[in-house]
Ligand binder design. Structure first.
Ligand SMILES: [Zn+2]
Length: 154
């Protein structure tokens, strides 16, 4: 850093000396003053951007790869299965699998892969549809909607 300061000092003194007549003694004093000032500025509170090693990007990439699911997100929730993003298994419901095989709570799973729980349910469409029908047959979730109950239809 000090060589950088020296360079700056020289530049400043040269430009100053070119504008005004300086005796050799004044020149020396000026060099000292400027150098001292620059040094105190750079070592003081003033932030001088230091050249940082260029990011290699390797670390970032590694993290991305380890977190990036192998399966395209638009393919993980299908009619008859959902894909586990951790191991790639296909199941009708992932909840129990996540807990047993990966020790993950659904919330952790969503956070880990940055998933929207509404967009990516842990059960396949067929399964949730079945559950919905089942609930209907039991007369649940129908109250107050003015629809015909299954029991009345059959
Ligand atoms: Zn899994």
């Amino acid at each position: 850093m000090s060589s950088e300061v020296l360079k700056l000092t020289a530049q400043i003194v040269i430009s100053h000396a070119s504008m005004s007549e300086l005796t050799p003694k004044e020149l020396v004093e000026e060099i000292k003053d400027v150098y001292h000032l620059l040094t105190s500025l750079t070592s003081g509170g003033l932030a001088v951007p230091e050249a940082r090693p260029a990011p290699t990007g390797v670390k970032e990439k590694e993290v991305e790869v380890s977190k990036k699911p192998a399966v395209p997100l638009d393919e993980i929730v299908r009619d008859d299965y959902v894909v586990c993003l951790v191991c790639g298994k296909k199941m009708r419901t992932l909840k129990a699998h996540l807990r047993k095989a990966h020790k993950l709570a659904p919330a952790d799973y969503f956070r880990r892969y940055d998933l929207d729980p509404k967009k990516f349910p842990l059960v396949c469409k067929e399964y949730s549809e079945q559950r919905r029908k089942l609930a209907k047959e039991k007369g649940l979730g129908e109250k107050g909607f003015g629809r015909k109950k299954v029991a009345e239809v059959s």
